[in-house]
Design a protein around this ligand. Structure first.
Ligand code: EPZ
Length: 421
């Protein structure tokens, strides 16, 4: 298994191009199931999760054609052969559950494996199921699979979500585009990836209003057509690379970065003593002094502080001046990066969903292990600031969500390389 070797101490200067959003693309690709005409996605990220979604859709009979080194994906589901999402693929990536809504909407049936838990939590699907049942679906759990049917198709309904689940909002949003009548999603997730999906569905002919707010109204139509849609910038990759110069010093411009995607994150960076300025091509980031300041962080649904940037922020705060308290309110077990950072000399105490980080002068390079996607990148960032060498193992987690991370960081002066075991 590959690992990544990082040698700390070099300030970073230059530009990093931010890719299309993994979590937008993983919802946009299943949207192709809603129409028999082709969906073309541009600015698509090149990631192993995208390859997994491609494999899943191909197993259903969807034609997926990759062009321009994977930056353009053309998907066509005019010749479907199956409506069963197999455990072997779904267990690798929870986002596979996003085929449930579209399959039900267009084919009135679906068999989708439960994804099972993952490192950061149990991640059940009760909110998805309750919502689709409100639209007339009959869903039964058997042998680890959700068996779903919608005799005569789905019906528009009022769908209150008990929690603003991103995936459940996406499944219902897609399903409602072809339902008979009007659907109102209440307490809908407001993430930019939801807005991006709504914009794509509208291009396909859907009637949607209110995306980005907590109430989305969808008027069902008989069929959807072809569309071409650019995948929105990845706000989590953006936030991750914005932190790189905060760890290592220097100044980095993140090309394609947009302030509206990272508002609450930038507010916390400001308190931590980091300057973020808008440029013609993105966002420029520089630490005001040679040491960041401690800041408290609580993860919330959008537009609050994103859980997917919590690990990266914790890693940065390990060497900040003062004590920071981080509260993880979205997932039940998302502090697995803490023990690895402690191996590097960090002072972190975890009690349930709260981590207290007391800043130390400097971390020391060490062999560490990636446990999930965002934890793995937080260890890479920590290695940029640490004294000596850090080896991060199990980096298959990393390749799920960060394309060409070594090239991007080497491009701004980092000493980083991938070593094959
Ligand atoms: C999406 O996951 C993202 N993944 C996650 O990013 C992100 O962390 C998460 O939203 C929260 O922002 C994709 O978009 C592919 P949720 P999702 O449904 O949709 C509970 C990354 O690093 N819940 O909003 O699965 C759930 O257990 C990944 O890129 C239920 O209880 O997240 C969790 O505690 C990690 N029942 C919370 O809600 C349900 O039916 C948030 O889940 C659904 C969710």
């Amino acid at each position: 298994m590959d690992s990544i070797l990082v040698t700390g101490g070099t300030p970073l200067n230059g530009k990093i191009a931010i890719a299309g959003a993994k979590n937008a693309a993983l919802a946009l690709m299943p949207a192709a199931l809603l129409s028999e005409e082709p969906l073309t996605l541009t600015n698509a990220p090149r990631l192993s999760d995208i390859a997994t979604m491609t494999a899943l859709l191909r197993s259903l009979g969807v034609e997926v054609t990759s062009m321009q080194d994977g930056k353009v994906q053309v998907l066509s589901s005019h010749a479907m052969t199956s409506t069963t999402a197999d455990y072997e693929i779904v267990r690798k990536m929870r986002a596979s559950n996003l085929v449930l809504g579209p399959l039900l909407a267009r084919h009135h049936q679906a068999v989708v494996s439960l994804p099972g838990g993952c490192a950061i939590g149990a991640r059940p699907m009760d909110i998805h199921v309750t919502a689709l049942e409100a639209m007339g679906a009959e869903i039964e759990l058997k042998d680890g699979y959700l068996h779903a049917r919608a005799q005569g198709g789905l019906k528009g309904a009022r769908v209150p979500l008990r929690f603003a689940s991103v995936g459940a909002t996406e499944n219902v949003l897609m399903a409602a585009t072809l339902a008979k009548g009007t659907t109102v999603i209440e307490n809908a997730a407001r993430e930019p990836e939801i807005v991006d999906l709504a914009e794509c569905l509208r291009r396909m002919g859907a009637h949607i209003e209110g995306e980005g707010t907590n109430t989305i109204t969808i008027e069902g139509v008989d069929r959807l057509g072809a569309a071409t849609h650019p995948v929105v910038t990845d706000r989590i990759e953006l936030g991750t690379y914005m932190l790189a110069p905060v760890f290592a010093g220097g100044e980095v411009e993140c090309l394609g970065g947009r302030l509206d995607l990272v508002g609450s994150f930038v507010e916390k960076l400001d308190v931590a003593g980091v300057d973020v300025s808008e440029t013609e091509h993105g966002l420029k980031v520089k630490r005001r002094t040679d040491r960041a300041q401690a800041v408290d962080v609580t993860t919330e649904v959008f537009p609050g502080f994103p859980t997917d940037l919590q690990a990266q922020m914790m890693a940065m705060l390990c060497t900040a001046n003062g004590t920071s308290v981080l509260e993880e309110k979205i997932f039940e077990n998302r502090f697995m990066h803490a023990p690895e950072l402690i191996r590097m000399g960090a002072n972190i105490e975890v009690h349930g969903g709260v981590a207290t980080v007391r800043g130390v002068d400097r971390l020391k390079g060490a062999p560490v292990m990636a446990t999930d996607l965002r934890a793995s990148v937080s260890l890479i960032l920590a290695g940029l600031a640490a004294e000596g060498e850090t080896t991060v193992s199990r980096i298959y987690h990393l390749d799920r969500g960060y394309e060409h991370i070594e090239e991007k960081l080497r491009g701004v002066g980092a000493r980083i390389e991938r070593v094959s075991a």
